[in-house]
Design a protein around this ligand. Structure first.
Ligand code: CO
Length: 336
């Protein structure tokens, strides 16, 4: 049996408490099956019980032909702008409540934790606590304020993850907002792919990929954002105008594409083809962004319909995710 594994889904625990600070996310329960994520008195997003009800998730997974979900935090709950002690408490509450949900189907719902990434010591402590408690990996935001993934403390955290064989999924969040991105969900349609593109270029051009161990398993949401499509532009700049670009890396940006996993939630076969060409057949993993409104339903529809060989399809739906997840997860017996 080759389990179909969706590495990009989100959770919101219904027991999330109102922590009381201005602008903090809290949950307004609108009915038994619907809620609204509130930021202070502003509505951020309406959600359904797919975010927290394991039975609803499992029924949707069965309908979509998905055997296993990686269950990621919802980035608006990261708390990266809080003092470390508060952020550590926020992460611990979120992570522990998530386990209550995933424990209902431990062989099908694999929890990833969040950490207070703004403080290395606190982030490492929460990661270690969560891995000991059953989390299978960690999701991090693609930046902490003005610090990007090439920040020294963030790199130390990533090295800790490599040393402890913990997969890391990078999710864009906290998009730059301006009046020009304030409508049509442009922060999601343009901002998110741009954020992910930025973070991959920070890792490449800073030389961070040269320092990070190749055994580090890094995944990026939304097909790695705009990176693959524009890898040629970045490579051209690196080759032709190092005088202007000033890159510190040993190789051009596209050389590092094979160091990361990217998910398949890109909606067109043309885009999927670019990902396969740039990152390689062994680096694309099924992701859906379930259950959020801009995600793919049924999960995996693009990959199942794409004109790729059955071997490549199996890699995307199963094999690559197994390598990304490593030996840790309690996947159904006989799948490794
Ligand atoms: Co997502």
């Amino acid at each position: 049996m080759s389990p179909v594994i969706d590495v990009h889904t989100h959770v919101v625990p219904p027991g999330w408490p109102d922590l009381g600070a201005p602008g903090d996310p809290w949950l307004r329960m609108d009915s038994t099956t619907a809620a609204t994520i509130m930021l202070g008195d502003r509505e951020f997003r309406q959600i359904t019980d797919a975010c927290w009800n394991a039975d609803t998730r499992l029924a949707d997974m069965d309908a979509d032909g998905v055997d296993v979900q990686v269950v990621l935090p919802t980035p608006v709950f990261f708390g990266y702008d809080r003092v470390p002690a508060d952020a550590a408490r926020i992460a611990a509450i979120f992570n522990d409540l998530t386990l209550d949900i995933t424990a209902q189907a431990p062989d099908r719902l694999l929890p990833f934790c969040q950490v207070p990434l703004q403080d290395l010591e606190a982030a490492v402590a929460e990661l270690d606590r969560c891995i000991a408690n059953g989390h299978q990996g960690v999701e991090i935001g693609n930046h902490v304020g003005d610090r990007d993934l090439d920040d020294e403390a963030v790199l130390s955290f990533l090295m800790h993850c490599a040393d402890h064989d913990v997969p890391v999924f990078v999710h864009p969040w906290d998009m730059t907002s301006a009046s020009r991105t304030d409508r049509w969900m442009l922060e999601w349609l343009v901002g998110m792919p741009a954020e992910t593109h930025l973070s991959l270029l920070h890792l490449a051009l800073s030389g961070a990929f040269d320092r990070l161990p190749t055994r580090l398993r890094l995944g990026f949401a939304h097909g790695g954002g705009s990176f693959a499509y524009w890898a040629g532009r970045a490579d051209n700049a690196w080759h032709q105008r190092r005088d202007l670009v000033g890159a510190d890396s040993e190789h051009p940006p596209s050389a590092y594409a094979e160091r990361v996993y990217v998910d398949s939630v890109v909606f067109t076969e043309t885009a999927l083809r670019v990902l396969l060409d740039v990152h390689g057949n062994d680096r694309i993993v099924l992701g859906s962004d379930y259950p959020y409104p801009l995600g793919e339903r049924p999960a995996g529809a693009l990959v199942r319909a794409a004109e790729v060989s059955s071997d490549v399809r199996e890699q995307i739906l199963t094999g690559n995710a197994l390598r990304f997840l490593g030996e840790g997860p309690a996947l159904p017996r006989g799948t490794r």
